[in-house]
Each structure stands twice: as C-alpha cells, then as structure tokens.
Design a protein around this ligand. Structure first.
Ligand code: HEC
Ligand code: HEC
Ligand code: HEC
Ligand code: HEC
Ligand code: HEC
Length: 167
C-alpha cells in the first residue's frame, strides 16, 4: 500500500507535466527587453492600471510609454545594457517594439472597460496570473468559443452581430 502510494505520488506529477498543452496556448514571443511582470507587478506591486490604463471608449488596455519606465530607471539599474537600450529609445522618442501576446482580428468588437466592470471578471480572467509571470505568453483562451462560453454562463448575448459588424 505504502509503496503504491509513493509510486503514484512520484509518477503522477511526471505524467501531468507531460500532458500536451491546450492548442490556444502559445510560447512567449521574443521581446526587445527582458521585462518581467513578476518583478514589476508582483514584487514591486505596481498596479496594472499604472501601465495599462483604459482610455477613451475603453476598447484598449494600452501599453506604457517609455516615460513611465524612466520614472524609476533614470536611477534604477541605469548601468544595465537593457536599461541603456530603454533610455536610448526614450531619448529618441521611440517606444520598444513589444511583440503582441493577446490579439483578436479587427472584425471582432471587444471592449476592455465593459468587461472589467462585469461582476467577478478581472484582468486575470482572460490573461491569467500575470503578476506571477516572469515572461508573458498567451496562456488563456480568447477564441470565439471562449468568448461565447462566458457569455452563455453570464447570460450575455451570443448574437453574431454583438461581436461582428454587419458587412
Ligand atoms: C516603480 C519603479 C519601476 C518602474 C516604473 C519600472 N521599473 Fe523596471 N525595474 C525596477 C526595479 C526596482 C528593477 C530591479 C532592479 C534590480 O534587479 O536591482 C527593475 C528591473 C527592470 C529590468 C531588468 C534590468 C536588468 O538588466 O536587470 C528591466 C529590463 C526593466 N526593469 C524594464 C522596465 C520597463 C520596460 C519599464 C516600463 C514599462 C519599467 N521597467 C518600469 C523598477 C521599475
Ligand atoms: C511597469 C509597467 C507594467 C505593469 C505594472 C504591468 N504591465 Fe503588463 N505589460 C507591460 C509591458 C512593458 C508589456 C509588454 C511586454 C510584455 O509582454 O512582457 C506588458 C504586456 C502585457 C500584456 C500583453 C499585451 C499584449 O500586447 O498582448 C498583458 C495582457 C498585460 N501586460 C497585463 C498586465 C496585468 C494584468 C497587469 C497587472 C497584474 C500588468 N500587465 C502590469 C508593462 C506593465
Ligand atoms: C474578457 C476578457 C478580458 C479581460 C477581462 C481583460 N482583457 Fe485584456 N485583452 C483581451 C483581448 C480579447 C485582447 C485582444 C484585444 C484586441 O486584439 O483588440 C486583450 C488585449 C490586451 C492588451 C494588449 C493591448 C490591447 O488593449 O489590445 C493588454 C495590455 C491587456 N489586454 C491588458 C489587460 C488588463 C490590464 C486587464 C484588466 C484591467 C485586461 N486586459 C482585462 C481580453 C481581456
Ligand atoms: C468572463 C466572461 C466574458 C468573457 C471571457 C467575454 N465576455 Fe463579452 N461580455 C461578458 C458580459 C457579462 C457582457 C455583458 C456586459 C453588460 O451587459 O454590461 C459582455 C458583453 C460583450 C459585448 C457587448 C458590450 C460591448 O462591448 O459593446 C461584446 C461586443 C463582447 N462582450 C465581446 C466579447 C468578445 C469578443 C470576447 C472574447 C474575445 C468576450 N466578449 C469575452 C462577459 C464575457
Ligand atoms: C462573444 C463574441 C462573439 C460572438 C457572439 C460571435 N463571434 Fe464569431 N468570432 C469571435 C472572435 C473573438 C473571433 C476570432 C477568433 C480568432 O481568430 O481567434 C471570431 C471569428 C469568427 C469567424 C472567423 C472564423 C475563423 O475560423 O476564421 C467567423 C466566420 C465567425 N466568427 C462567425 C460568427 C457567427 C456566424 C456568429 C453567430 C452565430 C458569431 N461569429 C458570433 C467572437 C464572436
């Protein structure tokens, strides 16, 4: 009995680790700097909204300008080659070319503000535990089926024209 349990205990996690990833998950894209959410959002506890405000009509959660980064990095790790690159871009007024992680096609309507005001929904619902991640990768499903699953559960409409304009 004891031995059986011990074997299960050892083998179980190994089998789990080998389970294939769901198809909607993607490897992390290469980024221009080794930016870490674990460091900034997790350890330093900078709020998501500090770097991803949702302006205007609320469609986009936006990416931070270099000015935001330089509030700290004028004095933090300014001798690191990565921070020197960042400072160089900032001086030239160009933004790092961050590779997209979560994107849906243009013919789909999606509004961040309306979704984060839904009871029980937050950034993590669609992007996972970002503050625990060293690198960002697509780990949550944002396919049409995933949108519709939640709409069904929460009693929101699944009319085609809710998400797709009439063409
Ligand atoms: C509130 C202050 C603060 C802000 C704002 C901030 N950082 Fe940082 N960042 C830090 C600290 C602190 C570290 C850790 C430094 C260390 O390891 O000693 C760090 C580390 C880094 C590193 C690793 C540097 C290295 O070579 O070890 C990178 C890259 C980085 N930040 C990029 C950014 C970018 C890009 C932004 C803007 C989107 C940003 N940071 C905004 C405080 C900040
Ligand atoms: C200090 C600034 C900063 C903070 C705080 C921050 N982020 Fe980010 N975020 C970035 C930067 C820079 C990128 C682009 C690089 C990357 O993907 O790692 C990014 C990328 C992302 C992306 C992918 C964007 C895309 O193009 O697909 C998501 C989603 C995201 N962040 C969510 C969050 C959430 C949720 C929080 C709070 C838990 C948060 N971020 C906190 C700076 C920040
Ligand atoms: C209901 C799901 C959902 C929630 C909740 C959500 N997002 Fe998103 N997020 C998406 C989708 C879908 C995209 C792709 C949007 C596109 O391509 O137009 C996206 C894209 C992004 C991007 C890339 C830039 C952009 O706006 O397209 C960032 C950054 C981001 N989200 C951050 C956040 C943050 C921060 C929160 C919490 C305040 C959040 N998201 C909440 C689904 C969600
Ligand atoms: C976690 C649950 C959840 C997910 C995931 C989700 N939605 Fe929604 N969505 C809702 C709810 C609830 C409403 C109704 C909000 C209201 O009436 O205030 C809604 C409303 C909408 C609306 C109408 C409001 C507006 O923005 O005009 C659109 C369009 C929409 N969702 C598109 C999408 C798309 C596209 C996706 C997938 C990329 C998605 N939703 C994923 C819960 C979700
Ligand atoms: C809640 C939002 C939502 C609703 C409702 C919705 N869609 Fe979609 N649809 C999406 C999203 C998001 C995508 C993009 C998926 C992707 O490319 O990852 C999409 C993609 C598509 C595509 C392209 C598919 C492909 O495989 O390239 C078609 C066609 C489509 N939808 C038709 C429909 C029809 C017909 C209905 C009504 C029965 C409908 N959609 C209802 C969100 C929605």
């Amino acid at each position: 009995m004891r031995l059986g349990a011990a074997i299960l205990f050892c083998v179980g996690p190994a089998l789990l680790a080998q389970a294939p990833e769901p198809r909607y998950q993607r490897p992390a894209p290469e980024q221009p700097l080794p930016y870490s959410h674990l460091k900034h959002a997790g350890e330093l506890k900078i709020a998501c909204a500090e770097c991803h405000p949702i302006p205007g009509n609320g469609d986009f959660a936006t990416l931070p300008a270099t000015a935001k980064c330089m509030t700290c990095h004028v004095a933090v790790k300014e001798d690191s080659p990565h921070i020197q690159k960042l400072a160089g871009w900032h001086a030239k007024g160009v933004n790092p070319r961050w590779a997209p992680v979560y994107r849906i096609p243009n013919y789909v309507s999606f509004n961040h503000r309306k979704h984060v005001s839904v009871e029980g929904v937050n950034c993590g619902t669609c992007h996972g535990p970002v503050a625990e991640r060293e690198v960002m990768r697509r780990e949550k499903d944002i396919s049409m089926a995933a949108c519709m699953d939640c709409h069904r559960t929460k009693g929101a409409s699944n009319d085609c024209l809710l998400c797709h304009d009439q063409r």
